[in-house]
Ligand binder design. Structure first.
Ligand SMILES: CC1=C(/C=C/C(C)=C/C=C/C(C)=C/C=O)C(C)(C)CCC1
Ligand SMILES: [Fe+2]
Length: 343
């Protein structure tokens, strides 16, 4: 694992923990204060991710690889990232049009892997986890961390999960989501719940046995159990919106700051706002580009979205299409930073 500079890393660790606590506290506070929040309000954090950390977090994909390799951004490097987005994004968009239920299932799988990989990086690079030394233990952690947002809501809130699946698939084929119905059956949810619960326990128990330092393991266990509770009790549309903005995106933005020298220097000085300002400037053009993709999709989908859930569904499909090439970039970043090479 390639280590970022110590002081900047400590700052990143503190910020990722603070935003992690904020994510969980905000969700639980809403549930305690409001009980059942009207659906339109539950979409607010998700809608906010258009500008708040979510969409922008991937909008520096064209900069991170040259930066981590200490190379300059060239026309050629930009064209390669552009081509990646065009080919991978457009191919997957086609899958949404041809067989939307399959595309939805793929979206859940890709998100599980991608959010899991983001957390494995944070555990290793920010929290200095030494209980994840082997590749197998990192893969298990990836599955646990990615499974929390994708599988716990399936067990705890099947109706809302099915509703979101219907709205996404319904943009392309109003009857298409019927193919997904078996996933919401009680037996399937029981198997997922028990199986995933066991994985969480095994992963944390193995980690505890392997840990030399207790603190990183405590961070891992605290975050994991906190997220189990969070996704088990916070309605999933609200929970995913909060998590996407304040957990996954914040951590990835911190990661990108640590490969940008001036931003790293700002973090070292404790000047988080200067670092964030650099990120905002870097991310602005491609965030605007992502909005063009959103507008294009709006014109192309067979069913024009009219309600809040339908507009949010369109946004999620746009995220899905942009996430697949983003995963390729982040996986290359993982390779550069040796996240999957145990040493
Ligand atoms: C909203 C929502 C869902 C799916 C959200 C997904 C899959 C989001 C993916 C976001 C990504 C990949 C962001 C990029 O990093 C579920 C789980 C069906 C449950 C109900 C609410
Ligand atoms: Fe991401």
């Amino acid at each position: 694992m390639v280590e970022p500079p110590t002081d900047a890393k400590r700052r990143a660790n503190r910020l990722s923990l603070a935003f992690g606590v904020l994510t969980i506290a905000a969700g639980l506070a809403v549930v305690l204060a409001a009980g059942s929040l009207p659906l339109a309000y539950q979409y607010l954090p998700l809608v906010a991710t258009v500008v708040v950390f979510g969409l922008p977090h991937g909008a520096v994909d064209h900069l991170v690889l040259p930066r981590v390799r200490n190379e300059s951004v060239t026309k050629r490097s930009l064209a390669l990232v552009g081509l990646l987005y065009l080919v991978v994004g457009a191919s997957y968009a086609l899958v949404w049009f041809v067989t939307p239920a399959v595309a939805f299932a793929l979206f859940i799988l890709v998100t599980l892997v991608h959010w899991g990989q983001g957390d494995v990086y944070a555990l290793l690079a920010f929290a200095d986890a030494d209980h994840l030394e082997t590749r197998a233990s990192r893969l298990l952690a990836l599955f646990v961390r990615g499974g929390l947002p994708m599988l716990v809501p399936l067990v705890a809130f099947p109706d809302q999960y099915a509703f979101v699946a219907e709205t996404l698939v319904g943009l392309f084929d109003p009857a298409g989501a019927a193919a997904l119905a078996p996933a919401f059956e009680p037996t399937v949810r029981l198997v997922v719940g028990v199986g995933f619960g066991l994985l969480v326990v095994v992963s944390l128990a193995l980690g505890y046995r392997r840990a030399d330092a207790l603190e990183p393991w405590l961070i891992d266990a605290g975050e994991t159990l906190g997220l189990v509770v969070f996704f088990a009790v916070v309605p999933p549309i609200l929970a995913i919106g909060l998590y996407f903005a304040l957990w996954h995106s914040v951590r990835h933005i911190l990661r990108t700051l640590l490969v940008d020298e001036p931003a790293t220097a700002a973090l070292t000085r404790g000047n988080d706002l200067a670092a964030l300002g650099r990120f905002a400037r870097d991310a602005a053009p491609m965030t605007a580009g992502a909005l063009v993709v959103l507008a294009g999709l709006a014109l192309l989908v067979p069913q024009t979205p009219a309600t809040v859930p339908e507009v949010a569904a369109l946004y999620l499909v746009c995220i899905a299409v942009l996430t697949l090439p983003h995963v390729v970039i982040v996986s290359l970043l993982d390779l550069e930073q040796r996240v999957w090479t145990a040493d």
